[in-house]
Design a protein around this ligand. Structure first.
Ligand SMILES: *[C@@H]1O[C@H](CO)[C@@H](O)[C@H](O)[C@H]1NC(C)=O
Ligand SMILES: *[C@@H]1O[C@H](CO)[C@@H](O)[C@H](O)[C@H]1NC(C)=O
Length: 817
């Protein structure tokens, strides 16, 4: 099994104790201070809320601080912005020891230099031959922890400055101001003209804290349809599949060079407004109650259909090798001695006929909900016959029947996007995976796997995806939190690490810094629509990925599975915060959290904090996943029954997170809990966009605790974060759509991963347990990690593997001739 020891459920002290303690402190302060009572006289009708607001804060010092702010020194307020760094003694411990699913986020340090260009490829590639490999079996990687230790992890500090004075272009402002969705819509409407996209950032930079800005958000919210017409991404996606032709010729060197130039002009990231994201979501009517209350009252649902998508290459085919060779010679990985060329293919392209058995297992164990099987392959050049023009072929398993409805063999040329195809052919699986979303199908859902993965037990669709709980995702223990641009040294690291490190860096900049775990090595349950959004919202990294022909050419590539999984979870969280602050909190949609609006939020926070801890108070939906599915007429999971969390329990980031204290002034805005802070004039710090940005990205832990506490007002569902159903029906529908789209379930998958090294090992760890002792695993991955070149040994191993596959899956599938 892959490493999945999740921390045991941890008892926590009730919030109530805290509440009483602070109440006592408050009484003391009130008794001591004439200032506060003066305020309370002014706001006599708000008395109780005032008190709650202060109670939410942590320490007497802060209350003192608050009181001195009261004495009218506005300079002090400005000054205190971003300088509150209350030591939280337990916090560091938590990062290091609790092993929370999503450990406490730490902010980017102020002085983080942020290079605009992705790091350059290591020029002098000193990798040992064959070093870049698919798998990272280092399950107990502590990279993320090291990274955190190396930086000052104080998640309370806000004004994490992400830019560096040397950054001279505007690419970064995208992530500096993620809240200005009206801006990004504006930008996106400009037909992908990059310069305009970039320039459009600058005005928002200056306006950032002006509350007047918020009126943009108002139009944004009120006229979503109009504002979002004709959005074009800087990276175009494919509208329809490109027909296959034998007379195709590979793009020229110059065409691929033009992609490189284009990539350099693109921004690193952009924000897709939720109104845009949810355009492809249709509601059937039951979703609101489901999301708000975790109660299913809809009709019986149909089982979803899922595509199984394989990335496959037959490396033994001579035509393919001939086609590949000139590109190998040109690759930056090629060395004068030709060692890389000689060695890089040896085990990557050995085969044990895995695809045949993997497809047998899909038909046998997942046949009832398989929509299609798509096999993604390379095109190759047929040998030139004198005077005839060279024709092309596409790879195809020789045993596969022709004209199957259910199975499609797609060459890269058929599905790669308009720009990305200019650097074909590619022999790098990451490059192909980053284009998966361009495959076309009747269904949005796919399960992406490779041929060395087989199903070992009958599956329900809900083992992979269900309409109530979204896709299932599994994670390893190793987590990454890259706070600095990755270095050449990072690029040299083993296996998937460079890609994890690099993608962690991108995700940190887009969504705020936190540790993010690597995904389990098995098939990945994905939405084409989310995959597209995840990849294309990192335009430059995505396009840079498209010109990698061999893995490792540049040290860094956006890592498909990692970015897709984490993007899903982050967007779900972001949608909740957007909903709560921008839509629900800002009741009158003026972009400003007035005292009345703040008061309501404070009351809600106090209510959530007044209940028992969420671990005791909240109903655990993840224990009832099967029951809920059955209520909707769907099959419960059969293999992935160890469910650790569902997005209906809240964002995964709140799991095992300590929120005993929540400092409203630090986390939301200085003066948030006091009427007097903006009694005479609006204060820029109460711009809803500024507060949203703070909790969403600058101080991730603040956002996590805010969500955890507000959710704790009710026993189940996400309703406490949603806009009012009657007053704001359209906004609410948008939020529901977003929460449906980005829902997810975290499981401890029933999967077994093996690195196959030699015949004796294979006999011992595979043949005996699985065939003699009838061992079962839901999903099995058999990674070819054979080093020997000894023919006899290889023959023997092939025999063992054949016996294993035939023993597990003896019956032919309907796909085989
Ligand atoms: C290899 O590189 C040269 C330029 O350095 C280019 O002209 C040629 O077309 C390239 N070959 C292939 C197969 O891309
Ligand atoms: C891969 O290609 C080799 C050589 O053409 C062929 O013998 C083998 O059967 C192919 N494998 C599959 C699964 O088609």
């Amino acid at each position: 099994m892959l490493g999945h020891s999740y921390p045991p459920y941890r008892q926590r002290r009730s919030f109530q104790k805290h509440y009483y303690a602070l109440f006592a402190i408050l009484l003391f302060v009130v008794w001591q201070s004439g200032t506060l009572s003066r305020v309370r006289h002014v706001d006599s009708e708000l008395d109780s809320t005032d008190r709650q607001g202060i109670i939410l804060r942590t320490s007497p010092e802060q209350i003192d601080e608050q009181l001195s702010e009261q004495s009218g020194e506005s300079a002090h307020i400005v000054n205190s912005y971003g300088h509150h760094t209350h030591p939280r003694p337990n916090q560091q411990d938590q990062v290091e020891h609790h092993g929370d699913f999503y450990s406490s986020p730490s902010p980017l340090p102020r002085d983080t230099p942020l290079a605009n260009n992705a790091p350059l490829p290591p020029k002098d590639n000193a990798k040992a031959p064959g070093t870049p490999r698919e798998e990272d079996t280092d399950e107990h990687d502590t990279d993320g922890i090291e990274t955190i230790r190396g930086h000052n992890a104080d998640s309370v500090e806000h004004a994490a400055k992400l830019t560096h004075p040397d950054d001279d272009d505007g690419h970064l402002s995208d992530f500096e101001h993620p809240t200005f969705q009206a801006d990004s819509q504006e930008r996106l409407r400009q037909n992908g003209v990059v310069d305009e996209i970039l320039n459009a950032d600058h005005p928002s930079k200056d306006n950032r804290d002006k509350s007047g800005d918020a009126s943009d958000d108002e139009t944004d919210v009120e006229e979503p349809a109009q504002a979002n017409e004709d959005i074009q991404y800087p990276i175009q996606t494919l509208k329809a599949m490109t027909p296959w032709t034998e007379t195709y010729t590979f793009p020229s060197w110059d065409e691929c060079e033009s992609v490189k130039e284009k990539a350099d002009d693109l921004p690193d990231m952009l924000h897709v407004p939720f109104e845009q994201s949810v355009k492809d979501v249709m509601l059937e009517g039951w979703e609101d109650e489901w999301i708000a209350k975790a109660r299913y009252t809809g009709p019986k649902l149909r089982e979803p259909k899922i595509d199984f998508v394989y990335n496959w290459v037959n490396g033994s085919q001579q035509e393919l090798r001939n086609t590949m060779h000139p590109y190998e010679l040109n690759s930056s990985l090629n060395d004068p001695e030709g060692e890389w060329v000689a060695s890089h293919g040896t085990n990557r392209y050995r085969e044990w006929d895995e695809l045949r058995y993997s497809m047998r297992s899909v038909e046998k164990y997942a046949g009832s909900f398989t929509n299609r099987i798509q096999i993604l392959v390379n095109a190759f050049q047929n040998p030139s016959q004198d005077s005839h023009p060279v024709t092309m072929g596409k790879q195809r398993p020789l045993w596969l029947k022709e004209n199957l409805d259910k199975v499609q063999v797609l060459s890269q040329e058929e599905f790669f996007g308009p720009e990305e195809r200019k650097c074909l052919p590619t022999f790098d699986s990451l490059t192909i995976e980053n284009q998966l979303y361009n495959t076309k199908s009747e269904t949005d859902r796919m399960f992406a796997l490779s041929d060395d993965m087989i199903l070992g037990k009958p599956h329900s669709a809900s083992d992979l995806y269900s309409p109530l709980f979204g896709p299932t995702m599994g994670f390893k223990d190793n987590a990454y939190n890259t706070l600095k641009p990755p270095t050449e040294e990072d690029a040299q690291r083993f296996g998937e690490k460079p890609f994890l490190i690099y993608t962690s860096w991108l995700l940190n900049r887009r969504f705020g810094a936190r540790k993010r775990k690597g995904q389990v090595h098995f098939g990945h349950s994905l939405s084409r629509s989310i995959a597209k959004e995840a990849i294309t919202s990192f335009p430059r990294p995505a396009l840079r990925s498209a010109f990698q022909r061999f893995r490792g050419e540049t040290g860094f590539q956006i890592y498909s599975w990692y970015v897709m999984f984490h993007y899903t979870m982050e967007r779900h969280r972001e949608a909740l915060l957007w909903s709560y602050i921008m839509l629900r909190g800002d009741a009158d949609d003026d972009g400003y959290l007035s005292w009345n609006e703040r008061k309501k939020m404070l009351r809600e926070l106090a209510e959530g904090m007044g209940n028992e801890t969420p671990e005791q108070f909240r109903r655990r939906i993840y224990y009832r996943m099967g029951d809920h599915l059955e209520e909707a007429g769907l099959q419960p999971p059969k293999v992935n029954t160890d469910v650790l969390w569902t997005s209906l329990d809240g964002p995964i980031m709140i799991k095992d997170l300590d929120c005993d204290a929540f400092d409203t002034e630090d986390c939301l805005a200085p003066g948030f809990s006091l009427r007097s802070s903006d009694a005479t004039a609006r204060s820029p710090v109460f711009s809803s966009a500024a507060i949203f940005d703070r909790v969403a990205r600058e101080s991730p832990r603040c956002g996590d605790c805010l969500l955890k506490l507000i959710l704790n007002r009710r026993r189940s569902g996400l309703g406490t974060l949603l806009p009012h159903p009657v007053k704001k029906p359209e906004q609410r529908a948008t939020v529901i759509k977003a929460l449906m789209k980005y829902q997810y379930t975290i499981v401890n998958p029933d999967s077994a991963f093996y690195m196959v090294t030699d015949a004796e090992q294979a006999e011992h760890v595979l043949l005996k347990p699985y065939l003699k002792h009838n061992k079962k695993a839901g999903q099995i991955c058999l990674n070819d990690d054979v080093v020997t070149q000894d023919e006899q040994e290889l023959e023997q191993l092939k025999k063992v593997m054949s016996a294993l596959f035939e023993g597990l899956l003896p019956e032919r599938s309907s796909f085989e001739m």
